[in-house]
Design a binder for this molecule. Structure first.
Ligand code: EPZ
Length: 430
């Protein structure tokens, strides 16, 4: 029974240090096996997804030394296998980056089909299309993706869908290929750019990351490097919306404000004051929230990973809002939980029609996936009374010390494991 118990009503006030970007760290950890030299990676978030991926890497002989909680030294010289089929690897989506990395470096891989949050079908046809275009043979063997290549030759790859995962996997498979690869309709997310920067710091030749055309000139080998992961724009955005929802005043520190532009713009549109400095953004929510229409889009549009969080805010605004999810097919599973807290939301197709209410009421709810789970915690922080959020393992996949950071901002929240813990919490919070 791992849950968060939350007693709502406190405005969150203060500063919060944002950690390294989970989705950049996963891509860069996978990429680090493509050099035989030691690699030091800093600012890795200490979350379940990065732990599981590093476990998978160690299972094929990668030596990982933890220099501190957020820094690892990776040595892949003694890799002794290319097969990652254990069940645990299905828990995370990013396991499939090892397909691109192992294929690109060793021209072979056997990796279990990925898991990840249940937010939609999440096919990998574009990954396969890209790998095949590079001359890599890809087959499915009872849930295991098997790749094999004689020679990997640069090619022209046009992604039919803007896919972060496919962009990353093709980049990994192409970086040591013979000749040039042009990847069109590429994803432009900051973590795609971070991966390209990491690979270039290892001697790769990648141009155009951050635009929709990425050019990769294959090189013969990659050398070691020391690299620091960018800050997590979604962790930052989650705390920024926590300020909006709890009528608080939060400064997120160690961020890149440019990566947060669409989030800051929406917060200002719904009535928050947002001020930026070099590596921090402050959000003050003093006025009633205004309704808005928002549609999730690939970067630099409003991120799909922030969709539940803005919906939680709009459900408390004065008026009607529409949230349209254009990336995933099944990313409104949290709406039922919010309705249990009093929200007035109807889902029609890929849109949620939201009519604002004055206040949430505490309830016992469940986290349906990583980002929705975090958004429901934020709703509990604003609710009257006590909320318990179950299935918090989803949240711990992507947020390091989430409840501890919230407590430092004034939240009444505890991580509870037994009924006794809950009784103690209720007694303490009255
Ligand atoms: C990455 O998922 C992130 N995960 C997701 O974050 C994020 O929501 C998503 O990108 C979009 O930004 C990681 O980086 C580990 P996509 P990914 O491929 O790569 C379709 C989180 O909370 N598609 O960009 O799986 C797909 O179905 C997670 O940290 C195909 O059709 O996302 C979706 O509709 C949740 N064929 C759309 O593209 C393919 O081959 C975007 O998916 C691949 C994708």
């Amino acid at each position: 029974m791992d849950q968060y118990a939350i007693h709502g009503g406190n405005p969150l006030v203060g500063e919060v240090e944002i950690g390294g970007a989970k989705n950049a760290a996963l891509a860069i950890l996978a990429a680090s096996i493509m050099t035989d030299d030691p690699v030091i990676i800093e600012n890795i978030p200490d979350v379940r997804d990065t732990k599981v991926l590093m476990q998978a890497m160690e299972s094929i002989g990668v030596i990982i030394e933890h220099l501190d909680r957020h820094t690892v030294k990776i040595n892949s010289r003694l890799i002794n296998g290319y097969s990652i089929e254990k069940d645990y690897i299905k828990k995370i989506r990013a396991s499939y980056y090892l397909i691109g990395a192992l294929s690109g470096k060793y021209k072979q891989a056997r990796v279990a089909l990925p898991g990840g949050c249940n937010i939609g079908l999440r096919p990998i046809d574009q990954h396969i299309k890209g790998l095949k275009a590079l001359g890599i043979d890809v087959t499915l063997d009872f849930g295991i993706i098997v790749t094999e290549a004689g020679q990997i030759k640069g090619s022209h790859v046009y992604l039919d869908v803007v896919s972060v995962g496919a962009t990353i996997n093709v980049m990994l498979a192409a970086v040591l290929a013979e000749g040039q690869t042009t990847l069109e309709n590429a994803a432009k997310e900051p973590h795609v750019v971070d991966l390209a920067n990491f690979l270039n710091s290892c001697g790769a030749n990648i141009k155009g990351a951050g635009t929709d055309v990425i050019r990769i000139k294959g090189v013969s080998r990659l050398h070691g490097t020391e690299y620091a992961i960018i800050p997590d724009q979604i962790e930052a955005g989650t705390f920024m919306f926590a300020a909006a929802v709890t009528k608080g005043d939060i400064t997120v520190k160690n961020v890149i404000p440019k990566h947060l532009e669409s989030i800051s713009a929406k917060l200002m549109e719904i009535g928050c004051e947002v001020s930026e400095s070099d590596d921090a953004v402050r959000v003050v929510s003093a006025k009633p929230l205004r309704p808005s229409h928002v549609k999730t889009l690939p970067y630099p549009g409003f991120p799909t990973d922030m969709q539940p969080q803005i919906a939680v805010a709009l459900a408390l605004s004065e008026g009607s809002s529409i949230v349209t999810e254009s990336i995933f097919e099944n990313r409104f599973r949290y709406v039922d939980e919010l309705v249990r807290m009093g929200a007035n939301i109807k889902v029609e197709g890929n849109s949620a029609i939201i009519n604002g209410i004055p206040k949430y009421m505490g309830a016992s709810i469940q986290a349906p996936d990583l980002r929705a789970g975090a958004a429901l915690v934020i709703a509990g922080l604003a609710a009257e009374g006590t909320t318990t959020v179950d299935d918090i393992r989803y949240i711990e996949r992507g947020y390091e010390d989430f409840h501890l950071k919230l407590k430092l901002l004034g939240a009444q929240i505890e991580r509870i494991e037994t009924e006794r813990d809950l009784q103690k919490f209720n007694l303490k919070t009255g």
